[in-house]
Design a protein around this ligand. Sequence first.
Ligand SMILES: [Fe+2]
Length: 344
Amino acid sequence: MAMSETATEATGISNPRGLPITTGTQSHPPANEDGYRSFEAGDFAFRRDAYFVHITWPDGRHQMPIDAFLRALMRDVAWGFFYGTVNFDTVFGTTNYYGEVEMFAGATNDAYVSAGRDFIQRFKSDELMGVFRQMVSDWTNAGYDPFAAPMETGAPWGAKNGSNEEAVTRQRVTAKRMVGLPGDTPLRGDESHPVNRSFTDVDQSQPEVHAEPGFEHEVSAFNLFGYLSRSDVTWNPSVCSVVKDSLFCPTTEEFILPVEHGNDRCEWFVQLSDQIIWDVKDGATGRPRAVVTMRAGDVSCMPADIRHQGYSNKRSMLLVWENGSPKIPDLIRAGKAPVVSVSW
Ligand SMILES: [Fe+2]
């Protein structure tokens, strides 16, 4: 995920909607013919069958194909609710307030909001995360990996069939300073991370470091392209270097970003290889704003008031550059920080 260990250390938790904390989550034993548990969090209820998740709340219901839901749920879990809003689709999602989280239906959808049909409840992050973890664990069958590209995993469909705990509990990469430093996140090798089928042409040599005597432990370098060529997951920006609040979060991408990410701060993208097409929509309403094609070498900055979803036909390398400061969302809400990083 693309947050540092300290990202949740905000001094106060913002609550711009003034919502009370909802408590109460439940995990029910398998009851339907497909053998899956059902879950509740506050007034939201979740059940899955062979093909779909069914989400209900007072006076509302929504369904998604289970593959799309599990891919989105996996990111929300692994990223700790991420920065800002994680839209699972145009209706359901979560907004992170770093310690507390809102779960919503229709709150970022123009039609739902204008009809007064949006529904939002606020939870302690730990409590909602607990039920999300149980859900992704119970609903992921043997052979299916919600983090993998569709061509690199089995199918999620059908009745309950085993589990894939190794996949859904992957340890996130969050370098404290930089990948490869002593005591920090290790480099990747053939044993644990073979080179991906799309990156067999990537140079695997490592840089030579010639430090001045006495500075051997203060200079380090590694081959980022080689490191990324060995990523076994997609759409999972991971902290690979940290300088104060500046986080380099490279990732490899294939197929579709499983969520529409609604930024609560500006976010830089550097396309390191191949191509991604981004659908950019208004963060609050979902109205289309732009389609951006990024080819290798292109740099863009996603504004703080949008949501974005990317499409990558061939596995590509993307550097996501985040400002991890916990102060930024409130500064933007108060109009004290701009929603774009650069203006001409
Ligand atoms: Fe994003």
